[in-house]
Every structure is written in structure tokens, then in C-alpha cells.
Ligand binder design. Structure first.
Ligand SMILES: [Fe+2]
Length: 301
């Protein structure tokens, strides 16, 4: 068996508004659209993902919270209804997905090898969180690629930031080792918003885009600075700024997915492809891609 490899990573945020705006048959609420810049960004990301032909999509979501350790979806087939507890008016989504349990178990074991507390999630009736579902739907609405789902232990929130991020770094390295041994061609999805200052009241018509704008000017400037550096491939500089960015912009990347993804890819100083940026209820969201095949760092299908 040839070595497996990570072929790309995407920053793929999960505002459920994007699913609501698209009106797929799986989602109950109906909209008149909205958040088009971000939905068009995801259209571009869907096209490049399709070209990559991955065997598996790995997604780390801040909204599957497991305070005791890092958990992995561990049931072959999961289905049910995922509801956003904050926006149940926008997101009540009937999901059905296949899990790559073998790879999930390998990631779980490798992470334990590196000293992390880990666990396989074996509840057949588990309701997959809206973060995982939104990111996966926006990247691959066909649902025809198996998935590895990772929970957020959220250690950066209750340990010191650097200790928590160090755990996410180890989780990323363990993920990379498991992928390599698996022979799979894998794509990583970091399900994170950038600036996370948000409105405290929803507009009467949620998709009324005349009401949508950044909640916080300083947070917006932070987003532009981080995106600019990522587009230039200045990954080291971004990770140097991360503690200040997280502090000042209340950035959701504190939950660790972004660090996990970059650790797994080996922190390449590779210019990102920006597919688009937009705000959702005031928060800053970028869809970005690091294509390791195009960069000559992984092999094409
Ligand atoms: Fe979130």
C-alpha cells in the first residue's frame, strides 16, 4: 500500500446561515437567499475539492464539545436531524453520512500515543453537531465521501492558550501519522470563523443583507491582516500573531481546528487561495484553500 497523504486543507467555517441561504432539501426552514459572497466562495471550493478526488474528509468542529479528551465519530453510518441550538429557526437539517471508522480509530490511537486523552464515539443515535454538518454540506453537498469527525476538547479555553494549542498541534501531528499509514488521500477541513464578535439581535428577516456588516471594525481589520498574510504564505507570522488575534477579535480559531489542520500539514509557508470572505451576523468568515497537490507537496490522483 502506498503511503497516504494530506492533499489539501481548507478553512471552512460553519455559519448555519449559509445552508439556510442555499435552501437544500435536507434543511427544513426556507429562505430567500442571502450571504451570497460566502456561498459563491464555497462554490469555488467545491469545484477544487471535486478535482482533488479525496478518499476521506476530516473535519474538526468547535460545536461538538467534549471536555474530557478528543473524541472521534466511530459509527459506520450516522443519520438524524441536526439542529443549531442558537438558530433553530434557520437550521434543522436531516443528515446522513458515512464515517471512515478505520481511519478515525487510527487517529484516535495515534493521538493517545502522543499523550492525549482520546475516545471513540460509538453511540449509533448520535446527533452530529451543526458545525460538522454545515462545513461538510458547504464543501460537499453530495455527501458521497466518507468522513472523520473530530470533537473540540476546547482545551485552549480552560488551559493556558499555549498549552491548549500545543495539544491541538499534537492532535494534528497524530492525524498526519494516521493518514500516512492508512494509504488514504485526505482533505482536512478546519471549521472556524475568524473574528467572532457578533450581533446580539437577529434582523427581522435573517437573510436581509442590507443589515449584514462586520460587527466590529477592529475585528474586521484583524481579519484583513490575517487573510493578507495567509495569501502571502506567511504562515509563521500568522501563528506568531495568533494569541493577539484570538484575544482582540475573539477569533473562533481559539477552538483549535486551524492549528490542528496546520500542524497536520507541517505548517507550510504556502500562499493560500482565498475563495471569498463575508460576514454572518457580524462575524468574519473566510473560505480558504491550501492545495498541496498544486504546490507539488502531494501527488495528484
Ligand atoms: Fe461556531
Amino acid at each position: 500500500m502506498a503511503d497516504g497523504q494530506i492533499i489539501a486543507g481548507y478553512l471552512a467555517p460553519h455559519p448555519p446561515h449559509l445552508v439556510y441561504g442555499e435552501n437544500p432539501p435536507q434543511n427544513e426552514p426556507r429562505s430567500k437567499g442571502g450571504w451570497e459572497q460566502l456561498r459563491w466562495a464555497y462554490e469555488r471550493a467545491r469545484a477544487t475539492l471535486d478535482e482533488l478526488k479525496p478518499d476521506v474528509l476530516l473535519v474538526h468542529s468547535p460545536h461538538w464539545i467534549t471536555q474530557q479528551g478528543h473524541h472521534f465519530l466511530g459509527v459506520d453510518h450516522l443519520s438524524g436531524k441536526s439542529v443549531d441550538p442558537i438558530f433553530p429557526n434557520l437550521f434543522r437539517y436531516s443528515f446522513e453520512l458515512e464515517v471512515d471508522v478505520e481511519l478515525a480509530e487510527a487517529c484516535c490511537a495515534e493521538a493517545r500515543e502522543l499523550g492525549l486523552t482520546t475516545k471513540m464515539m460509538r453511540n449509533p443515535n448520535f446527533r452530529v453537531d451543526y458545525g460538522t454538518i454545515t462545513t461538510l454540506h458547504m464543501m460537499r453537498p453530495q455527501w458521497d465521501i466518507p468522513v472523520v469527525g473530530l470533537s473540540a476538547n476546547n482545551s485552549p479555553y480552560y488551559l493556558k492558550l499555549d498549552e491548549g494549542m500545543e495539544e491541538m498541534d499534537r492532535l494534528g501531528k497524530a492525524t498526519a501519522t494516521a493518514i500516512k499509514k492508512s494509504g488514504r488521500r485526505a482533505v482536512l477541513l478546519a471549521s472556524n470563523t475568524l473574528c467572532h464578535w457578533h450581533f446580539h439581535e437577529e434582523p427581522e428577516i435573517p437573510e436581509d443583507m442590507s443589515k449584514e456588516h462586520p460587527q466590529d471594525y477592529a475585528g474586521y481589520l484583524w481579519d484583513m491582516r490575517i487573510i493578507d498574510l495567509l495569501r502571502q504564505g506567511k504562515t509563521d507570522e500568522v501563528f506568531g500573531l495568533l494569541p493577539d488575534f484570538i484575544q482582540d477579535a475573539f477569533a473562533e480559531i481559539k477552538s483549535g481546528a486551524f492549528t490542528w489542520m496546520f500542524a497536520a500539514m507541517g505548517y507550510p509557508n504556502l500562499p493560500a487561495e482565498l475563495h471569498g470572505y463575508g460576514t454572518v451576523i457580524g462575524t468574519g468568515n473566510a473560505v480558504m484553500e491550501w492545495n498541496l497537490v498544486k504546490a507539488g507537496m502531494a501527488q495528484a490522483a
